[in-house]
Design a binder for this molecule. Structure first.
Ligand code: GP9
Length: 412
């Protein structure tokens, strides 16, 4: 307990650096729409197949946004729910199971409760059964004002598990238009690119040869479809007069479960390096569009899902107080940080560490960045690997033993 409390004291010092940095509070009072894209990996961004761009709309948006090519998902067995938890509550998911299911009653500092203190109206939108991943309870505990789930959507365009992402986005914008006049914080979770990605032929627009008829080919088609839905969403937001007063965040939640890396070799037309084989499954897109296309550019810093809430606080000018228990650091801050993966791997932008299954740091593989070449001595990653292990331990203790509630009681 003491160790975890001290960990947060040290982390706050790094988080608070943002308060004197560029962009702190520049978007105070703006709306925020966070879009979590199902199984959306980064490798499709900027790529073409059969002479056509896979993600033309996201590519265009990236040119007008802050883009983070070194953004990693940090999920474990809780998949979509883990991504949501890490992004919304700035903590690591669990080594086994999902926080949403196992510990929804415990206390966390999540985006809705923090933004509500600033007068925000907070909603979450997902066109699926509200009980899946225990969302009804978790979203209630996260203090969202409203959870729009399957029963709030008109089933007008069935696709895969639900309605199509096109219909989902269209109806989500309509829902946002009906909210009161406060600024909104909204989270929208897509579904059309859910495994096994077999969308009807009518929605498959690309010639994905040589992957036609394979799950990888279907995945490419599905990401292209979701990209097209994103294009429509942007138009809908513009038509609703929301585009230029909303911070828009897009990110992928987790990998696509296609672990035979030879398909990626074929896709790139070259064998992936050992490091790329791991990183390709961890990298997901991360795009922050700011009103009027401001600050567009590429930020190379290594960042992860737990950094999203602090990043939003940075843009809105919400300080990380001594009463906040967040593990991430703003992606816009110069504060040093590393991205810790749920398996104990990490990257700090200088090294990339892949742990061995026995968890002994010396048995893992350490790569140097940006070259991606293996370090002759794994000791170069030892300190980072130990710190990563400790971060995960602190997070697990806090989640499993409801330590945030205990810390608060102790301060009373
Ligand atoms: C369904 C969606 C998918 O509600 O959250 O979850 P996943 O199966 O990807 O974890």
């Amino acid at each position: 307990e003491q160790q975890a409390s001290e960990w947060f004291d040290a982390r706050r010092k790094l988080q608070q650096q943002m308060e004197s940095e560029l962009m702190f509070g520049e978007y105070k009072g703006k709306n925020v729409l966070v879009v979590q894209m199902e199984a959306f990996q980064q490798f499709v961004i900027g790529q073409s197949i059969g002479g056509e761009e896979i993600t033309p709309n996201l590519n265009k948006l990236i040119g007008q946004s802050l883009y983070f090519p070194n953004f990693y998902h940090q999920t474990g067995q809780g998949h979509t729910s883990d991504a949501d938890f890490s992004t919304s509550c700035s903590m690591h998911p669990l080594p086994t199971g999902s926080v949403f299911i196992r510990f929804s009653n415990n206390e966390f500092d999540c985006a809705p409760s923090i933004l509500k203190t600033q007068g925000y109206d907070t909603t979450v939108h997902h066109a699926y059964d509200g009980s899946f991943w225990n969302r009804n309870n978790m979203y209630n505990d996260m203090e969202y004002d409203q959870f729009y789930n399957l029963k709030n959507y008109k089933f007008d365009d069935p696709l895969g598990w639900s309605i199509s992402d096109k219909s989902f986005f269209r109806q989500t914008v309509d829902q946002l238009k009906t909210r009161d006049s406060s600024p909104f914080y909204a989270m929208a979770i897509t579904l059309s690119s859910h495994h096994p990605f077999d969308l009807p032929l009518s929605t498959q627009e690309l010639n994905v040869a040589p992957f036609t008829g394979t799950i990888f080919g279907d995945y490419i088609q599905a990401t292209h479809y979701v990209d097209s839905a994103v294009g429509d969403l942007i138009e809908d937001l513009k038509a609703a007069g929301l585009y230029d007063n909303t911070i828009l965040v897009f990110y992928g939640d987790h990998d696509n479960y296609i672990y035979d890396t030879s398909v990626y070799d074929k896709f790139y037309g070259r064998p992936l390096t050992e490091m790329e084989k791991d990183a390709i499954l961890r990298k997901v897109p991360y795009i922050i569009h700011l009103p009027n296309d401001e600050h567009a550019g590429v930020i190379d810093k290594a960042v992860g899902q737990i950094d999203t809430l602090p990043t939003i606080m940075h843009l809105l000018g919400i300080p990380a107080t001594d009463n906040d228990y967040l593990m991430g650091i703003s992606a816009l801050s110069e504060a040093p940080k590393s991205v810790v993966f749920r398996n104990g791997g990490f990257t700090d932008g200088m090294h990339y560490f892949v742990p061995s299954s026995d968890g002994v740091a010396e048995h893992g593989a350490c790569y140097s960045l940006p070259s991606g070449e293996a370090e002759p001595d794994v000791a170069a990653c030892k300190m980072g690997a130990d710190a990563a292990k400790n971060d995960l331990l602190v997070s697990d203790r806090v989640v499993e033993h409801d330590l945030i509630a205990k810390f608060r009681k102790a301060k009373e």
